[in-house]
Design a protein around this ligand. Structure first.
Ligand code: SF4
Length: 82
């Protein structure tokens, strides 16, 4: 499996490609990004704050999707390449 995912193997949008980059390099890169800093803190509803997505908006979208991991996929899909 080449996808380097933020956590779950099923995450729709990987943070890197292990065929092309070393995992340590991918982790070093994303560790500087506020989105993944919030995820690393276990706070997915705040991962969009640096991009203008409020926690309130994130929680509302999560309620619509009925699953925080689906919100995570939706968020990362909308901001792929963050
Ligand atoms: S919200 Fe779900 S998909 Fe996103 S990082 Fe957390 S456990 Fe993984």
């Amino acid at each position: 499996m080449w996808q380097i995912n933020p956590c779950c193997p099923g995450t729709k949008y990987p943070i890197g490609d292990a065929r092309k980059e070393k995992v340590a390099e991918v982790l070093a890169r994303v560790s500087k990004m506020e989105v993944f800093q919030r995820l690393n803190e276990g706070d997915p509803w705040r991962m969009g704050e640096s991009l203008g997505v409020t926690e309130e908006a994130a929680r509302a979208r999560t309620r619509e999707l009925e699953n925080v991991c689906l919100y995570c996929d939706a968020f990362l899909g909308a901001f792929a390449g963050v």
